[in-house]
Write a protein that binds this ligand. Structure first.
Ligand SMILES: C[S@@+](CC[C@H](N)C(=O)[O-])C[C@H]1O[C@@H](n2cnc3c(N)ncnc32)[C@H](O)[C@@H]1O
Length: 307
């Protein structure tokens, strides 16, 4: 730490001071924030037990010496350990909802939040959505946000990792959604036989194996099972493409985030008419396919799996 605030001051001053510390430390951002100011705010607001967007009144109110000390400790840990802020505060916000987060799960940051809050518009008729699958659920953030966006729908929250599912379960209970959101331990679709959905949504692992060593230290605190997906980053996505049609109702849609692997996926399937979605609040690399399209291009997916 290079400098300390001279006096407790206000939350706003504490955020500004923390921003300078994080900026000077040359950290990488990308776990729910993309700049030092927002990251500093998340640490300070956590110390103050505030939500993500406190009003000016709270920002300009005096803070206690104890709060200053807590916030400074978080900033110091963030710099010294390179852990994403959510692992230090134990919490992340997704689609306007708070989630418990620890190192058993990836830190929520998917642009899918915006699509969920918009009820997958214009790709579904919301009132007809009664079954949703969140494949590769991690913390359960996508599954819970879907359940809130579609109050009449039941949601399966599937993941291969029992550790991740324990976190998802905690978040499902935190939001009192246990009647409608069910954690399922499953290797992609393996344990989902006989079920079918109106929407399958997934943020699966999609980082190519060799790209891992190039990622900043922050990413190496996350579980590798949540990031790495074979040599091209497409191993899990291919399994999803090859099987999703069997788990979709007529008129159902598949929405998958592939992030940095968008180009590799397009190159692997040049004839498949992926609809790449736009996001007002940033993010890319998310495609949508209708069930009928998955049926049409099944031979291409099958061929790629066999290669
Ligand atoms: C990128 S994380 C996404 C977590 C969460 N959906 C989110 O957006 O924050 C991918 C998740 O996929 C899970 N996963 C990895 N391989 C899987 C597989 N074969 N079947 C099901 N889930 C898998 C990991 O455990 C991890 O929780």
């Amino acid at each position: 730490m290079h400098s300390k605030p001279l006096a407790p001051g206000t939350a706003r001053e504490l955020v500004e001071w923390s921003t300078r510390q994080l900026h000077e430390a040359g950290l990488a951002f990308g776990h729910g924030t993309d700049n030092a100011y927002d990251e500093a705010a998340s640490l300070v607001f956590s110390a103050l037990q505030l939500g993500p967007s406190p009003g000016a009144e709270r920002l300009d109110a005096p803070v206690s010496a104890d709060t200053v000390s807590k916030a400074m400790q978080l900033v110091e840990l963030r710099i010294n350990t390179r852990k994403p802020a959510a692992y230090l505060t134990g919490e992340a916000w997704f689609a306007g909802m708070p989630f418990h987060i620890d190192e058993r799960v990836l830190v929520p940051r998917s642009p899918l939040a915006e699509l969920i809050e918009n009820r997958f518009s214009p790709w579904v008729i919301p009132d007809r959505v009664t079954r949703i699958l969140d494949l590769c659920t991690g913390s359960g953030c996508i599954a819970c946000a879907c359940a809130v966006a579609f109050p009449d729908a039941r949601v399966d929250a599937a993941d291969l990792s029992a550790d991740a599912l324990a976190v998802a379960d905690r978040n499902i209970r935190r939001h009192a959604l246990e009647q409608r959101v069910v954690p399922v331990e499953s290797d992609v679709f393996a344990a989902l036989g006989g079920r079918s959905y109106d929407i399958i949504v997934s943020n699966p692992p999609y980082v190519p194996r060799d790209a891992m060593s190039e990622l900043p230290a922050e990413y190496h605190h996350e579980p590798a099972i949540g990031l790495v997906a074979g040599g091209e980053g497409l191993d899990i996505v291919l399994q999803i493409l090859n099987n999703a049609q069997h788990y979709l109702n007529d008129g159902g849609i598949l929405v998958v985030e592939v992030g940095c692997s968008q180009q590799a996926l397009g190159a692997a399937f040049p004839d498949v008419p992926f609809t790449w979605l736009d996001f007002e609040y940033g993010g890319e690399g998310v495609f949508m396919l209708e069930r009928e399209q998955l049926v049409t291009y099944q031979p291409a997916f099958d061929h790629a799996i066999r290669d």
